[in-house]
Design a protein around this ligand. Sequence first.
Ligand code: NDP
Length: 332
Amino acid sequence: MINREWHLLSRPVGVPKPEDFALVEAETREPGAGEVLVRNAYLSVDPYMRGRMSDAKSYVAPFELGKVMQGGAVGEVLKSNAEGIAPGDHVLHFGGWREYATVDAKQAVKVDPAAAPLSAYLGVLGMTGLTAYAGLLRTASFKEGDSVFVSGAAGAVGSQVGQIARLKGASRVIGSAGSDEKVALLVDEYGFDAAFNYRKEPVSRQLRAAAPDGVDVYFDNVGGDHLEAAIGSLNQGGRIAVCGMISVYNNTEATPGPRNLARLIQTRGRIEGFLVGDHYDLQPQFVAEVGAWIRSGELKYRETVVEGIENNLEAFLGVLRGDNTGKMIVKL
Ligand code: NDP
């Protein structure tokens, strides 16, 4: 069976270019002992993949040049040589960026297409959802009555952070996003108290207006001017969870940090990075709580769905540009 799969050809400098990648045809490998062959239905494209395209030392190994790129995917099992997984089952795995994947069954998790749409296991009930949940509740130690600011607020992680904060009794939820349409969505559909378009005016000025009483929690998806603005508006005992810094992912030189870090002294503020991979113990609690909010309609989510493996790269580049509202998914 012929498989189409994406390879990284060269390590991008700055914004990745199409020449850095190739969609190639390869023979699908038969599953060996303990392996399953999956026909992928949905692939995930995520900002962290930009980091894997570089060879700088990081928490996750770089993509290998000339080999299939990996990422989250869900699909149907066609063949199985593994106990507990049968043809016709659906699994979540990390062998994405290709149509068919032969993967170690130990790295595949069964998912139920009757319980939620398959794509949800890549987003709202998957990795990005858990990132929002763990980062807000554990890393930022959110508590009822906190005022919460989240950047990248119309994206997969950010839209869930704001809504979880609202549902758990935040005194005020503020979000920033890159277009007026996204800002309207935050307030009208997701129930944020205030939102602003960071492209229009300086973030610090807009944040001060949107959060006149300051912020207790800042959930950072963006870094740069957003982080500096949040430190500037941080209340006594404020907490900053550093989830991502997408504004610098394509930078070719080290970026100077926030100029106002000293404010953390007078506010007794705390700033802490986290990785979702360290918080999978929260998965059952997260799925139970967020799943119930989705079923009751209290938590809403969007997906931006791009069709076709040939558009996988464009979908990924679109995430870096902000083409997506909610989780960016590729449907095969
Ligand atoms: P999103 O769905 O939020 O997509 C990324 C969004 O970032 C775009 O839609 C765009 O929205 C925004 N963006 C792009 N460039 C800029 C910029 N220069 N300034 C401000 N906003 C920008 O992606 P995810 O929800 O998957 O990820 C959000 C963040 O969380 C990322 O930083 C990611 O790396 C991080 N992350 C971290 C994890 C962890 O374990 N720590 C796990 C998962 C994600 P807009 O139109 O608003 O600009």
